[in-house]
Design a protein around this ligand. Sequence first.
Ligand code: UDP
Length: 235
Amino acid sequence: MAYRRVLLKLSGEALMGGQGYGIDPAIVQAIAKDVVEVVAGGTQLAIVVGGGNIFRGLKGSAAGMDRATADYVGMLATVMNAITLQDGLERVGVPTRVQSAISMQEVAEPYIRRRAIRHLEKGRVVIFGAGCGNPFFTTDTTAALRAAEINADVIFKATKVDGVYDKDPAKHADAVRYETLTFLDVLSGELEVMDSTAIALCKDNAIPIVVFDLFGSGNIGRAVAGEPIGTSIVP
Ligand code: UDP
């Protein structure tokens, strides 16, 4: 395997599957199937999960809500996803811990960096919920932050698209997929990979990102093995 410790970013939308809202149990099962193999192979896996399938702060604030309040609702949404994902993983025998950046001790551990690392060393998957605990941030930025904190070798951004394209492949038949990009390419080209705060954090800490299609069965394992799937973003 190419990577020892991986931070997997799952967007809320990815968990939604074909539905318009919420979580598709079949998607959770498919992710769990991939994760079980990756963990059995000895890779340490941490997951940051988004909340866009339930609530997005920006949308709430566009509808007139106070932005910070709306962002807190968004963070709570990520905790629902984290607990659902935990259930899916534990049903296939993967030991997991959810750590929340907003304390809610009845349902999740608080985020404690050293404890998260200890869980990973013991082969437990750590799911980070509630983003980084602050409004005006995203779960992509959280993924970059947590990856730096736990010394992850790489961030896997598993999405609905199989990499980064020069234009929207859903709208343009001639869209070209990049195999490799630098952080500067992403920042200067305004390519839609992660928000600029997340990219800047990855750039400053030299954490590579691999963007690939979550729905290709076994793709997480392929990415762990270092197979050239999707688009790699490197320093
Ligand atoms: N959020 C936040 N701070 C964070 C992470 C998330 O305020 O550190 C809020 C924000 O409102 C965001 C929502 O939680 O819209 C859901 O997260 P995100 O949009 O990143 O989820 P994804 O797009 O990955 O599903």
